[in-house]
Write a protein that binds this ligand. Sequence first.
Ligand code: FES
Length: 141
Amino acid sequence: MSKAARIAEICADHSGREGPMLPILHDVQAEFGCVDADSEAAIAAALNLTRAEVHGVVSFYHDFTPTADPRPQVQICRAETCKARGVEALMDSAKAAAGDRVALKTVYCLGLCSAGPAARVGDRLHARLDEKALAKVIERA
Ligand code: FES
C-alpha cells in the first residue's frame, strides 16, 4: 500500500469524529515517523482544508516532526518549574550522555512540576532527576 493510500485510510478511520485532525496527525506520525509536506497535503485534501491550516497545527505541536528521526527520543522538560528545580544545570551532561545515539527534545511541561526535573521516554515518565538519574534514563532509551 502506498503512503498516500495509507494516509487516506487513516483519514477515513477518523472521518466520523468531531475534530479529527489531531488523531489523524498522531496516527500518521506514529506510522511514518513524521508528518511531512506530502502527508500534510493528503490530510488537507481529506479534511477539505488548506495545507496551510494543517501545517499550522503540525508546526504548533512538538509531537509532530517534518522528517523522521530513527533515534530513540528523550523529552526533557525545560519549562519554568523544572528550570527552577535545576534542569538547566543537567543539560550539558545530558547532551554528553546522549551523543549522536539519542535525540534530546525540549518540551514544556510533562505534568510533573512538583517532582521535576522531569523527562519522558515513550509513555514512561521520569521525575526528580539529577545528573546521574537522567544519564541512566538516556542510556536506557
Ligand atoms: S514544568 Fe516541568 S513538568 Fe511541569
